[in-house]
Design a protein around this ligand. Structure first.
Ligand SMILES: [Ca+2]
Ligand SMILES: [Ca+2]
Length: 312
């Protein structure tokens, strides 16, 4: 009898041990699974947030393209749910320097000024400005400081220059002299455009571009930008001021009629190509979508016709 009880006790002991081992093993497997699933869970949360932020950015863009929406419309900054929303800014693409128009001598001279303001010496500035123009013009005669096929071919790039307008800003790094420019202005991509109407728009151009094109003093150009930004000093807010007349700009910049006439055909206060930038936000995640659109009038209404769409 005693032996039998001992057997039973021993069996129970073994069963208990087995159960404990099983529980321990299961816990370890569960812990391992949890640990293994953790990164992918985090990754899918991240992907989901990005996806939703992208959708919100797209919503903002679609709204901005609607003919009934004005550039300062409050709907362009909207949070349907706290921490989730979009913020759209519409500006003139003419605020950027139109590199495809640099075969124009006056604009090319302005580009040289701009590159000097950015920090290049005059020779390096002229090298890159002339080379940009040579890249575009359809001849193979280099400008005084430019570069045509002979120079590119000698470096093993016989396919350059295109002898046609730039179709992408990503062609620019191949242009002679661009290396030096990239060093002083690493954000050149945000300063150049190949999609504007070719005019410099005073309602969006940087202080440096205004100075370079008009020959205004740094103080006068800075003053113009400050007036544009409004009382809060921040661009893209409701108190922004928009110039309606070029004469207003001329007076603020303090430029004589004679001087103004030298660049009058290169500037505007009403650029017809708009840059619509929409940022979708989900918590800390943001996604950015951009549309470059041409402003046209259809049935007496101003509508934006998209020319290009990209992520940034
Ligand atoms: Ca050429
Ligand atoms: Ca040429």
């Amino acid at each position: 009898m005693k032996i039998a009880i001992r057997h039973i006790r021993r069996d129970r002991g073994v069963a208990l041990l087995l159960a404990l081992v099983s529980v321990l093993a299961l816990s370890m497997i569960a812990a391992a699974l949890y640990q293994a699933s953790q990164p992918s869970w985090d990754e899918s949360t991240l992907a989901r947030a990005r996806y939703q932020a992208g959708l919100l950015a797209e919503s903002g863009l679609n709204l901005a393209l609607h003919p009934d929406i004005d550039e300062g419309d409050i709907a362009l900054r909207h949070q349907p749910v706290p921490g989730r929303g979009w913020e759209v800014r519409i500006t003139s693409e003419g605020g950027r320097f139109p590199i495809n128009s640099m075969t124009n001598d006056t604009l090319r001279a302005a580009a040289v000024e701009l590159f000097v303001i950015w920090g290049l010496d005059a020779a390096a500035a002229s090298r890159v400005a002339d080379s940009i123009a040579d890249w575009i013009d359809d001849d193979s005669d280099p400008l005084p400081n430019g570069a045509e096929n002979e120079w590119y071919a000698s470096l093993g790039h016989p396919q350059f220059p295109a002898n046609a307008p730039f179709t992408s800003l990503e062609q620019l790094p191949f242009v002679a002299g661009m290396e030096a420019l990239e060093q002083v202005q690493p954000f050149w991509r945000e300063q150049f455009t190949i999609r504007s109407d070719g005019l410099i728009d005073f309602n969006a151009a940087s202080r440096e571009i205004i100075q370079a094109v008009t020959g205004a003093t740094e103080d006068a150009a800075a003053n113009l930008v400050a007036i544009r930004d409004g009382e809060d000093g921040i661009w893209g807010t409701e108190d922004d001021y928009r110039f309606r007349e070029l004469s207003e700009v001329q007076s603020i910049l303090g430029i004589s009629n004679a001087q103004w006439s030298t660049f009058a055909d290169l500037v505007t206060v009403a650029g017809t190509v708009r840059r619509v930038e929409s940022i979708g936000r989900v918590g800390d995640f943001t996604e950015r979508r951009v549309i470059i659109a041409e402003q046209t009038t259809v049935d007496n209404r101003t509508v934006l016709r998209p020319l290009a769409r990209f992520r940034e």
